[in-house]
Design a protein around this ligand. Structure first.
Ligand code: BES
Ligand code: ZN
Length: 454
């Protein structure tokens, strides 16, 4: 192990430079204009994997290419997958970035760029660990296959088909994923649950075109007001989602789990400061830690209607629309939640407008035991790499493919996230702390012998 760790230390500078190269690709999966960049990014990744001794290829799918890279397969050895995604979120709003999102910059011990933590930097740490094994001639006690996809941020649909087709080659003992967070550098974490997600776009249409609000206003309904009133009724005074049936299948938190949550580092003032809000808000009867990781929610992600330009424009807009997502917890399913939400919206919609409801992506919630032998091994690797006692936690974000790994390959996922709370995932000025890159690579190095021994 020591030569592997020494190699990681000795090559630190070069690793940072390579990660910057990877971060220069604007691989934004949500935007068609960037699909060429996704392909070029996948090609860079394939070449990089080959340069560190892996057998790598770019696999065509029904959507963005999936990059696979593996060590030689040997009979009788355990086989683990390492999952990651090379696609990133759109960088907007651009004017809020201190340095451009696709021109990586090093400041305050971190790399700033879109995708730095989510997720290029995190799976890059694993690539470097495997490189260190290879280049120091240290034998890996298990076989490894990287599966790095290009559409996690839009629902991972193509990867699901790919998993089904490649079920045999991807058969494995477990999946290792670094695409979640840790409370601080002193609290490395194993995540044992993720929320699911269900997306819906709501549009209400009134007149056939925007109308003069002086000439016609008062005699026709206003789609923006109608939609606002409908949306406002989706939440009650206690911060609960007012959609009949929404909570019916939610599995309640156990007293034991609630006690565990209380042990996580948390301060209300620090949390408020981190987010820049004057006061917190959430479902009554639950702590903020529970609200953001273990309770279901409904959020408006985008709201559009009428004139958005400079100055004013007196119109009754022809339509209004909202992008909505719900976060789901164990017991809930995206399909059922979307069905209930659509039913409620139809009830709330007055006859003065036409309603259009369009389903988006969905992902099931995930929950796995944090006390299995493999979970213990993962905790051991975190402890050795970061030098602090790791915590176990539930995360509020979603990784759609984890439940498919379970369904299609029968494999559990070990979620070993390297993102810090202030890393600005999906926000301007996303960053990846260099200590997390280093700790992540060391964690990966320690992990394989510990996992292979389970
Ligand atoms: N890395 C995140 C998920 C995440 C972040 C989980 C932090 C836990 C803690 C991932 O890239 C992500 O953003 N997923 C999307 C999935 C959605 C688009 C289907 C999400 O959660 O919004
Ligand atoms: Zn993300």
């Amino acid at each position: 192990m020591q030569p592997v760790l020494n190699y990681l230390d000795a090559n630190d500078k070069r690793f940072i430079g390579e990660l910057c190269d990877y971060l220069r690709f604007p691989s934004i999966s949500a935007q068609t204009a960037h699909h060429g960049d996704l392909r070029r990014c996948a090609d860079w990744l394939v070449a990089h994997c080959r340069s560190i001794g892996l057998r790598a290829r770019r696999n065509a799918t029904t959507g963005q290419p999936v990059v696979t890279a593996s060590t030689p397969r040997r009979k009788g050895r355990p086989h683990f997958l390492i999952y990651g995604h090379y696609d990133v979120q759109p960088p907007d709003p651009l004017d809020q970035w201190q340095t451009p999102p696709f021109e990586p910059a090093i400041r305050k011990g971190a790399i700033f760029a879109r995708g730095a933590t989510d997720n290029k930097g995190q799976h890059f740490a694993h690539l470097k660990a495997v490189e260190a094994y290879h280049k120091t001639g240290t034998e890996l006690p298990c076989d490894l296959t990287f599966v790095i996809e290009g559409e996690e941020e839009v629902g991972s649909e193509a990867l699901m088909g790919f998993l089904r087709r490649q079920k045999r080659t991807l058969a494995c003992d477990a999946v290792v994923i670094s695409d979640t967070g840790m409370p601080s550098k002193k609290h490395p974490a194993l995540t044992y649950a993720l929320r699911g997600v269900a997306a819906l776009e709501v549009t209400v249409r009134g007149p056939k075109a925007d109308l003069h609000s002086g000439i016609y206003g008062g005699s026709v309904d206003n789609p923006a007001l109608v939609l606002s009133q409908m949306l406002a009724q989706l939440r009650d005074k206690r911060g609960r989602i007012a959609v009949p049936g929404f909570y019916d299948k939610v599995e309640p938190l156990t007293a034991h789990e609630r006690r565990q949550f209380k042990r996580l580092p948390y301060s209300e003032s620090g949390y408020k400061r981190l987010l820049g809000v004057p006061a917190l808000y959430g479902e009554k009867g639950y702590t903020p830690v529970e609200q953001r990781s273990a309770r279901p929610t409904l959020e408006i992600n985008g709201l559009t209607s009428g004139y958005q330009g400079e100055g004013s424009k007196t119109i009754v807009p022809a339509e209004a629309s909202a992008k909505i997502t719900c976060r789901l917890v164990p017991g809930q399913s995206p399909r059922e939640v979307i069905r209930l939400l659509k039913k409620r919206l139809r009830q709330l919609c007055p006859p003065t407008v036409r309603l259009r409801l369009e389903d988006g992506h969905g992902a099931d919630p995930y929950l796995v035991s944090p006390t299995s032998p493999r979970a213990e091994a993962a905790l051991g690797a975190l402890r050795s790499a970061f030098g602090y006692e790791p915590v176990i936690l539930r995360e509020g974000g979603s990784i759609p493919i984890v439940t498919e790994f379970k369904k299609i390959l029968g494999a559990d996922s070990l979620l070993l996230g390297l993102a810090l709370p202030d890393d600005n995932l999906h926000s301007p000025n996303e960053k990846f702390d260099l200590d997390c890159l280093r700790g992540g690579a060391r964690m990966s190095a320690h992990l394989w012998p510990m996992l292979a021994a389970c």
